[in-house]
Design a protein around this ligand. Structure first.
Ligand code: 6PG
Length: 471
């Protein structure tokens, strides 16, 4: 019997859909799940694709079923399950086999695992996969990090299963080491900011203008035809028009306002902080999720402080255009921050991350997919030395046009007591970034006053102290 081209462990939603995608593209795939019943159930449900699927009841059988050198994808929950799987697989594999962790791993774990396997174990690849269930089944965006020669051996499979944007596969080898999982983490951080800013605009329309979900839905649907065109705007319009079959109410109104988070957004904020790169729009989005979880405290606070009733009336066309431009401006800053974090990590870890390629493989398949990412790719291609999107000619023109709207929306929201944490963080970042003379001279003076930390002077080089406490 012909052996499999590739193996996959973990037949949860993502793993099962990825396996079906691989089988559909004509590759033979051996699959294994911790519970054997699930393995068989999966093969039975695969229909005509079952011909390309080899269900295996043990890890030994899985390894035996794959043509060496064996690529094996792990699609198990991030964390200790990955370590357990590696420990179980390692003795069964040859040196040139490849373990591919396709989960949402912390890149620091990926680096640790890669280093641990480097001398005696099989090759190890950390592969970010975005696009949820649908993407895994019909074409995700795939971000690969690890040894390039290992990537080359699985490239054909990845190329076949990835999403396509104008014929180009949305998959790439991005660098050695934990590069792939790092990029996926920042993708998720940007995803958090994008979602939060959309939610803030929804909040203005709902709580400031008093619009119902079904009235807000067509606004987002219309914006999806313009420069905000993206998967997240599209699904926002669809979510807002959906009705709860049990109550007949908009489903969004029946959902508790307490957001979950699995950790990748938080990791991107942590990594930004440890690299010393401001990612405040992303950080605000992570914090907003944390605050959303404090439902009881928020209810008590509303009793204490109250909130104003919607008073703005139906938004004019002009107001809607302003909200759209504000969202666009906020989004530019959030993406600029995310790309700066990647550029700095690339230098710090020696990855040589191709920023244009990162943007290109996010144009389709992933959760933040949009035409906007095509413009980001072009901006980085046109200015390869630039790490700051806000400094590229195209994006400085975009932000120049849109920031007055962001300013107006943030100012009016503050006046109306409506929270816009991520949008206002984006505005504050832009205003700080564009001001050549900031206020850190005072910070330096304070530091020198209480701790003799020294400061630089505007008129000559060297480290200096003030005569704060007499000479
Ligand atoms: C993707 C998503 C995916 C998943 C996140 C959600 O790119 O396909 O980002 O990875 O939806 O894990 O993360 P939270 O649970 O943290 O929102």
């Amino acid at each position: 019997m012909k052996k499999a081209d590739i193996g996959l462990i973990g037949l949860g939603t993502m793993g099962a859909n990825l396996a079906l995608n691989i089988a559909e593209k004509g590759f033979r795939i051996a699959v294994f799940n911790r519970t054997t019943a699930r393995t068989h159930e999966f093969a039975e449900e695969a229909g005509p694709l079952a011909d390309n699927i080899m269900p295996c009841e043990s890890l030994e059988a899985l390894v035996g079923a794959i043509e060496p050198p064996r690529p094996i994808i792990l699609m198990v929950p991030a964390g200790s399950a990955v370590d357990e799987q590696i420990t179980a697989l390692d003795p069964l594999l040859a040196r040139d086999d490849i373990i591919i962790d396709a989960g949402n791993a912390n890149f620091r774990d990926t680096r640790r695992r890669m280093a641990a396997l480097a001398t005696t174990g099989p090759h190890f690849i950390g592969m970010g996969v975005s696009g949820g269930e649908e993407g895994a089944r019909h074409g995700p965006s795939i971000m690969v990090g690890g040894p390039e020669d290992s990537y080359r051996r699985i490239e054909k499979v990845l190329d076949a299963i990835a999403a396509r944007y104008q014929g180009q596969a949305c998959q790439a080898w991005l660098g050695p080491d934990g590069a792939g999982h790092f990029v996926k983490t920042i993708h998720n951080g940007i995803e958090y900011a994008d979602m939060q800013m959309i939610a803030e605009i929804y909040g203005i329309l709902r709580d400031g203008h008093g619009l119902a979900a079904r009235e807000i839905s067509p606004i987002f649907a219309r914006w999806n035809e313009g420069r905000l065109n993206s998967y997240l705007i599209e699904i926002t319009a669809r979510v807002l028009e959906a009705v709860d079959p049990e109550t007949g109410n908009p489903i969004v109104d029946m959902i508790l306002d307490r957001a979950g988070q699995k950790g990748t957004g938080r990791w991107s904020a942590i990594e930004a902080q440890s690299l010393g790169i401001p990612a405040t729009a992303i950080e605000a989005a992570v914090a907003a999720r944390s605050l959303s979880a404090m439902k009881n405290e928020r209810e008590a606070a509303q009793k204490r402080f109250g909130v104003p009733a919607p008073s703005a009336g139906a938004p004019s066309e002009e107001k809607l255009a302003s909200l759209e431009a504000a969202l666009f401006a906020g989004k530019i800053v959030a993406y600029a921050q995310g790309f700066s974090v990647m550029a700095t990590a690339s230098r710090e870890f020696g990855w040589n991350l191709p920023l244009g390629t990162v943007a290109r493989i996010w144009r389709a398949g992933c959760i933040i997919r949009s035409q906007f990412l095509g413009e980001i790719a072009e901006a980085f291609d046109g200015a390869p030395e630039t790490e700051n999107l806000l400094a590229t000619p195209a994006f400085s023109a975009f932000i120049e046009e849109a920031h007055p709207h962001l300013r107006q929306v943030v100012a009016q929201s503050a006046e109306s007591e409506l929270p816009v944490p991520s949008l206002s963080a984006a505005l504050a970042h832009f205003d700080t970034f564009r001001r050549a003379r900031g206020t850190a001279n005072l910070i330096q003076a304070q530091r020198d006053f209480f701790g003799a930390h020294g400061f630089e002077r505007v008129d000559r080089d060297g480290s200096h102290h003030g005569a704060w406490h007499g000479s």
